[in-house]
Design a protein around this ligand. Structure first.
Ligand SMILES: [Mg+2]
Length: 188
């Protein structure tokens, strides 16, 4: 079965199917921090590089600022009825997990960010890895019995994550329908 890629600008447009594992990204899909999106990141990078001429130092400084923003401000929910979507998924005998590129030490804070947005989930449903395709292979080998599902649906705003998952999950394309949604996050 071919792997299908869809581009969406509304999470309500994802298909809700039975026996499906949903994998949601978090930042710029479910929630965002108004001042720390990739436009902010690129601006900072430009300015700091002009000052320091050092890419490593620049990235470190921006990263620390970003951690500070995440620690001190509240995120904004991007989909009002996200809990309805999660309910529909479980009502259809399907399941969901969250897979974020945030670092694992941010687990507590990430759960808090979701709670601010009124999303209360088991902390065993959140996974942290920037190599999303590899992480999914690892989960399917150890934690998740992927043969309980007919379909795998992955939702992310970054095309490099979509491509990585497309590549790594191709070994499941004989046994599963795989649907990849590239959510287009529109900066305000
Ligand atoms: Mg994201």
């Amino acid at each position: 079965m071919p792997i299908i890629l869809n581009i969406i600008n509304d999470i309500n447009n994802i298909l809700i199917l039975p026996k499906t594992l949903y994998i949601f990204d978090i930042d710029e899909v479910i929630l965002t921090f108004t001042h720390s999106n990739d436009i902010w990141w690129n601006e900072k990078r430009k300015n700091y590089l002009k000052l320091y001429y050092d890419i490593f130092m620049t990235e470190n400084m921006i990263y620390n600022e970003w951690i500070n923003i995440m620690n001190t401000t509240k995120p904004v929910l991007l989909i009002n009825n996200f809990n309805d979507i999660l309910n529909k998924i479980t009502e259809n005998n399907s399941n969901y997990i969250f897979l974020t590129a945030r670092k694992p030490f941010l687990k507590k804070l990430t759960i808090l960010h979701l709670q601010y947005c009124n999303i209360n989930i088991d902390d065993n449903k959140i996974f942290f890895d920037k190599e999303k395709g590899n992480k999914l292979l690892e989960l399917f080998n150890n934690n998740i019995n992927i043969y309980e599902y007919n379909n795998i649906i992955f939702i992310d705003d970054l095309i490099e994550n979509i491509n990585n998952v497309n590549d790594k999950l191709s070994i499941y394309s004989n046994t599963h329908n795989i649907l990849l949604y590239n959510f287009l996050y529109l900066h305000k």
